[in-house]
Design a protein around this ligand. Structure first.
Ligand SMILES: [Zn+2]
Length: 257
């Protein structure tokens, strides 16, 4: 009985906070590409307190709205497909679970940390040892995952292996475009050391401009798409995009198995 009361109060607080935010940010200047809500501005988010970042309704961030806009504008989901999704973000998890054309496989190395209450079970998968057959997915989404993986070339070759020829993936990572070459140093193993060297406690490298070459190394055809800069300044603000994020759209050529 106590549990029920506590849960209800928590829910009520959440609803109140959402109602207050909706009221505070009422307007139609910005538009969430994921849940289609409109506001005066998106909310502040992150350690660096980025402005116009988080949707007040669905919680989407810049990178989610950009990737989804890219998928929609390029009509990438237009036929029945098997989708493998690493570290499934809640906004995408909810979206993909509801799209009839998608046979959805969300996965993570630590599935127990997710509490989505959705109908699709999150599977335990090590990205460097993917437990699926060769050529078995049409679409693989891996958004901000590879920067956490020490053996990223092994992970990339596994992504390539399980993708069907002609299939595609979107593999986003944070990139420092001031670096020609990716910086990694595996002697740095502490959280403090990684924070200082790579900007986050759980990152193991800073990718540089050669990120696309690392993907190409394992066989992908890589399109580095500056999609975000096909929009005007006003549109970039409207959708709350990060104007420095390029889309890494990778294909497995038809002649590869
Ligand atoms: Zn939203």
């Amino acid at each position: 009985m106590m549990g029920f009361t506590k849960f209800s109060l928590k829910e009520k607080h959440r609803e109140y906070r959402k109602w207050r935010k909706e009221k505070l940010f009422k307007g139609d200047v910005v538009h969430c590409t994921i849940c289609n809500s409109n506001y005066r501005e998106f909310g502040i988010f992150g350690n660096t307190k980025r402005k116009n970042a988080q949707c007040h309704n669905c919680g989407s961030l810049e990178r989610h709205r950009l990737v989804w806009k890219y998928i929609q504008d390029n009509e990438l989901i237009n036929e029945p497909m098997r989708l493998l999704h690493f570290a499934p973000e809640k906004v995408f998890y909810n979206l993909f679970s509801d799209i009839l054309e998608i046979e959805y496989f969300p996965c993570d190395l630590f599935p127990h940390v997710y509490n989505y209450k959705g109908k699709t079970k999150i599977m335990e998968v090590d990205i460097t040892k993917i437990p699926f057959d060769d050529n078995s997915f049409d679409f693989i989404l891996c958004n901000h995952v590879l920067e956490h993986i020490p053996h990223d070339q092994l992970a990339m070759s596994e992504l390539f292996r399980v993708m069907r020829p002609g299939g595609f993936g979107i593999f986003q990572v944070p990139i420092d475009y001031n670096r020609e070459a990716t910086y990694e140093d595996f002697s740095i193993t502490t959280e403090k050391g990684r924070l200082k060297a790579f900007g986050r406690r759980d990152h193991v490298r800073w990718y540089g401009k050669d990120y696309k070459d690392r993907l190409a190394n394992v066989g992908f055809e890589v399109k580095e798409d500056d999609f975000v800069n096909t929009f005007s300044k006003e549109e970039q603000f409207k959708y709350g995009f990060d104007t420095s994020e390029k889309i890494y759209h990778c294909r497995k050529p038809y002649n590869r198995k």
